[in-house]
Design a protein around this ligand. Sequence first.
Ligand code: G6Q
Length: 584
Amino acid sequence: MPIGSTPPPRTPATPPARPSAPPTAGKPPAAPSARPGKSIRPASRPEWLALKTHAGKVATTHLRDIFKADERRGSRLCAEALGTGIYIDYSKNRVTDETMQLLMKLAAASEIGKHRDAMFAGQKINTTEDRAVLHVALRAPRSAMFNLDGRNVVPEVHAVLEQMMTFAGKIRSGEWRGNSGRRIRNVINIGIGGSDLGPVMAYEALKAFSQRELTFRFISNVDGADFHEATRDLDPGETVFIVCSKTFTTLETLTNAQAAKDWVVTTMRDPKAVAKHFVAVSSNLEEVRKFGIDPANMFAMWDWVGGRYSMDSAIGLSTMIAIGPENFRALLAGFHAMDNHFRTAPPERNLPILMGMLGIWNTNFLFGAETVAVLPYSNYLKRFPAYLQQLTMESNGKHVDLDGMPVAFETGPIYWGEPGTNGQHSFYQLIHQGTRLIPCDLIGFCQPVEGSSPAQHDLLMANLFAQGEALAFGKTLEQVIAEGVPSALAPHHVCQGNRPSTTILVEKLTPQTLGSLIALYEHAVFVRGVVWNIDSFDQFGVELGKQLAKGTAAEIASSKPGKSAHDSSTAALIKRYQRFRKAP
Ligand code: G6Q
């Protein structure tokens, strides 16, 4: 039994066999541009090795026994970030006091504090791209200083915020009119990845705070169906498009922006309509101008903000229009409060460090847990797991370390999830009774959002608490038999328990707490990246896809048969597609 109290099939003291070896696993290739030997290998740290040895002991213990031995565990193994409304209970993780001490030793040896301070100081910690990582400056108060190459970036951040506030105010009040003088009723964000997932997630999460008379839609996919469905029932004369693209070269976004431009110009029979119906968020002024958007209608962003860390930059313009400038400021204040907590709280009470290190424990030591289920008990957070997938997996899905050397352990786990209670009626079965270990993040709120029933909220939260309990303690054979289940069926009813979960309990879902919650995950991802000694801020895998699609698109469009540059499988698939496709 891999998860119950009996010994697991894999010995935690030896690294789990990689189920699907990454390209460089096995015989590591030469790393020409690497800087071998520059930094210590995480897995050879004495603190890492101590955790490995220790994991062997913990593997044979059950949460039932751990809880029985310490009545105060549930109120001891928890922490709160003051001023954020966020409390975490990590007592249902398979850790002992010794585990936590060893994890804190590994955190200290990895110099999390030093790396964190380097990020806040604007040092170029994204070494592969030679860039600073300063998303924390996006939510800093006007009086703060964040220096980049000797220049304080905060005034620029606030200048863009002012520009956003003016524009958002005009759309919300109806002062901004379309080309034919009509009021704007629809706001459509065009963007993909980091220029989409944050805005969609925040809009859904904070819908209760939004101006309900405005319609918000989000177009990301290059699949024309996305554009069609988002616009088919709208009047272009009442619609404004926010084209969000840091680079302003992304195929999907530019294709959709062009489709939007054609739709507006053709329907309104006026090329000048672009000025009233399009704004851009980008760091590429030249491309924005080339596309035909007036630079006065462009909101700047900077290369020191990674796409997946950009929802609190001008990429959040749709969010600001939806919830209003004051609420947007509260969202930023929430991010900032968690930044301050991360910066100042002692490691053993520091939420991002705790969550980051527990993730390391579950991934690298406790049976090599391959995934994390994010289970928000709030329907408003239905896009939160998708948002976290990008944040965590694009950041920490890396196979080489900062020196370019292959890592000798698992890095970023797979994040997935759905809101509770819906998931309870489907995939929770595998979490409770399957053979895999799936640590869960259970996220809940003490108060319902205005308008939803407090009685239903009690039921919702009862489910969250019940799930955490069931995952940890399960149901023994003795209990099953005592319930009168026939002995032949009894094993099927047994839930082993011992499934780890962390409960994140937030006072109420508000713009402020949402900001703090996101920053909590951002910094937990950072902590893991530091321990693994990887670059959490580049994304060359994503860029490969961007490059390849362009060449393939040109080939599909060409009617001339020629020698394909592709492998035989891809070439045959393209040929077959060309035979049956509908030419544009
Ligand atoms: C995020 C990634 C990626 C990026 C999109 C969109 O960290 O780099 O998801 O956000 O590819 O890029 P643009 O904003 O440049 O269009």
